[in-house]
Design a binder for this molecule. Structure first.
Ligand code: PEP
Ligand code: MG
Length: 327
């Protein structure tokens, strides 16, 4: 029954051959956090821009601290806080967003942190995060990185924040800082990024949009938005290989993580943390129990042989049916 299923997925799930896979939730509000009900193994993406989107004034350091403090009070598990991903498909009322022909290719997310207003927004947010980090297991993730310099600049600002907190004797805790891999260029330079980042999290929603040049919100090109396109599977593999070379953790936090057909591929690559919409968390947790990590790994070579989408999906789908018949 449903209650039993709920209880059975409250712990971290293992594959049939014993590999633990963390299944986390993507959230955008305190209500989302409260509704998690202990089933997710933490929060893989906290979409912080959603918290403040409708405000007329930018959130202060105190606003940030209070919000993250409340979140950590509710979740006694790891929380990955994504710094503001504003602009593009997530405009706010408090930032002076320019009018752009192509907002998703425009002035957004980590691209705004080098201007005065963006820098202040970013540093206030980081201050709030580092202060709240005393009360839980927190890491910071920087979205929309296409150039290594952007990440190094973000890290420089985080270091400035750290110095400022020290000089004011404000209690805080330093945390890991990772890169959200969601632009194809970042997959292609993943080996360089892995050297300087503490972890990677692959955002397949935007990675699909930018790799296939298909607007994720445009219904006219919806049929081309294929998150299982062989090009994406390759980019994901490149990213995971680079992370593994430098022994850095890598997770998948876009909706591909909630696609049961993709699961055997992601597990086979060695990904041990997935994050997705909270409804899919118990479903994916149940799927994991039926998989064998070693079998998933063996199947990867066959999959790379497929040059077209249909064959790749058929193969993955058949693997899924095969696992289901075993359980
Ligand atoms: C993504 O791009 O895959 C992602 C998880 O972030 P968002 O959907 O908020 O852009
Ligand atoms: Mg994104």
């Amino acid at each position: 029954n449903q209650k039993e299923m709920k209880e059975s997925v409250k712990s971290v799930q293992k594959t049939r051959d014993g590999k633990e896979i963390q299944v986390m939730a993507n959230v955008g509000s305190l209500t989302d956090v409260v509704n998690l009900d202990g089933i997710a193994d933490g929060i893989g993406v906290f979409r912080t821009e959603l918290l403040f989107m409708n405000r007329l004034m930018p959130p202060s350091e105190e606003d940030h601290f209070n919000t993250y403090f409340d979140v950590l009070k509710n979740v006694k598990k790891p929380v990955v806080i994504r710094t503001f991903d504003i602009g593009g498909d997530k405009p706010t009322k408090f930032f002076n967003h320019p009018i752009e022909e192509n907002p998703s290719l425009g002035y957004r997310a980590s691209r705004i942190i080098s201007n005065d207003m963006g820098r202040k927004l970013f540093k206030d947010q980081v201050k709030g995060i580092l202060r709240a980090a005393i009360f839980g297991e927190v890491s910071i993730m920087i979205p929309m990185i296409s150039h290594i310099e952007q990440f190094l600049y973000a890290k420089k600002l985080i270091e400035e924040v750290r110095q400022e907190l020290i000089s004011k004797a404000t209690p805080f805790k330093m945390v890991d800082v990772g890169i959200m891999i969601e632009i194809p260029s970042s997959c292609l330079i993943a080996e360089h990024l892995a050297e300087v980042a503490d972890f990677f999290s692959i955002g397949t929603n935007d990675l699909t949009q930018y790799t296939l040049a298909v607007d994720r919100q445009n219904i006219h090109v919806k049929s081309l938005y294929s998150e299982l396109h062989p090009a994406l599977l390759k980019l994901i593999k490149m990213t995971v290989d680079a992370a593994q070379l430098y022994n850095k953790p890598v997770s998948v936090c876009g909706e591909l993580a909630s696609n049961p057909i993709a699961l055997s591929y992601l597990v086979g690559l060695g990904i041990d943390r997935l994050s997705m919409n909270s409804h899919s968390v118990p479903i994916i947790k149940n799927e994991i129990k039926g998989l064998s990590y070693n079998e998933c790994k063996k199947n990867l070579d066959v999959l790379y042989g497929y040059s077209n989408l249909e064959d790749a999906i058929n193969f993955l789908e058949n693997r899924k049916v095969c696992y289901e018949s075993i359980v």
